[in-house]
Write a protein that binds this ligand. Sequence first.
Ligand code: ATP
Ligand code: MG
Length: 335
Amino acid sequence: MFASSQLGVDLGTMNVRLFSQTKGLLFDEPATVAYNRQADKLMAIGQKAKQMIGKTPPHVEVTYPLRNGVIADFDRAKALLQQVFKQSSKQLGLAFKKPDVVMSVPFHATSVERRSFYEIAKHCGAKHIQFIEEPVAAAIGADLPVSEPVANVVVHLGAGKTEAAIISLGGVVACRSLRIGGNQLDEDIMQYVRQHYSLLIGEQTAEQVKIEIGSAPGTVMEQSVTIHGRDFVTGFLKAVSLSPTEVQTAIKESLWQIAEAIRAVLEECPAELSGDIIDRGVVLTGGGALLHGIEQWLSTELHVPVHVAPNPAEAVAIGTGKALRAMPKRLDAAL
Ligand SMILES: Nc1ncnc2c1ncn2[C@@H]1O[C@H](COP(=O)(O)OP(=O)(O)OP(=O)(O)O)[C@@H](O)[C@H]1O
Ligand SMILES: [Mg+2]
């Protein structure tokens, strides 16, 4: 009974996930909120709200309340998590009331940013709240031996940020955060298409292109995709064929910056732990770890083995779930 009232929460820039010890992943949908401003009323969240993007009348606003991993719109984020808890409570029944919560936060989140996460969880009825830093949750979710005196290197590639961390004995030894993630790659694709084809495409089209044919430098892919948009010179709708090489060109600058951040954190590794990195390598988590060829490219760039975690996108949520077991029952988050 007690165990089922404990929840792991990963409220991200693009996705929100809830993990229960008894039921596993309870909720996994886009972190989107559709709001009717005229009626001052929440219309939908998650997948349902995401499907409304670009199709709404002016009084309906569809937004992602987090930016770069932190809360940018407090009220919408609160409404989102409240609704996520409500929808998930049906699966857990009465045991869901007043849950103890382990919540992931970006490593470099300030105390003000942590306070916002805390207030939202409290507002949603959480009894006790414990924070876990996202790279630590990702490493636990990827089954790395984080409590041992070895270098666990995890690179978490989210939508709004990238965090590269070395974890040993349960703590972060070194970490670099970058406000570049999957959303930036989508932006890069939008900009490329605008510059080369005078074509305006939406974020969702750009993301789809990235998922289908986006790849890290050196990856060979053949299949092109056809995209539709508006020619901003003529005003007409038009279709353009985009090749994997063009998409690689569009996103490579952002990928270089990610590789630089990882290199910087590896350089900060204490001598006693550096041998571990050569042996054990780097583990990739987050949705960005699914980009074609990223594993091989980073391995070549960094001269260390690189592996993608099993279920990389869910790793943080799984990690928060596993951390629940170790949660001190009396403590609230240290802000
Ligand atoms: N197959 C894929 N190839 C490339 N990118 C992908 C793929 N699948 C998902 N992504 C990208 O992964 C990102 C979402 O990852 P994730 O759910 O880990 O982010 P998040 O937790 O919402 O963000 P953050 O941790 O930065 O707050 C999006 O940018 C999405 O486009
Ligand atoms: Mg995340």
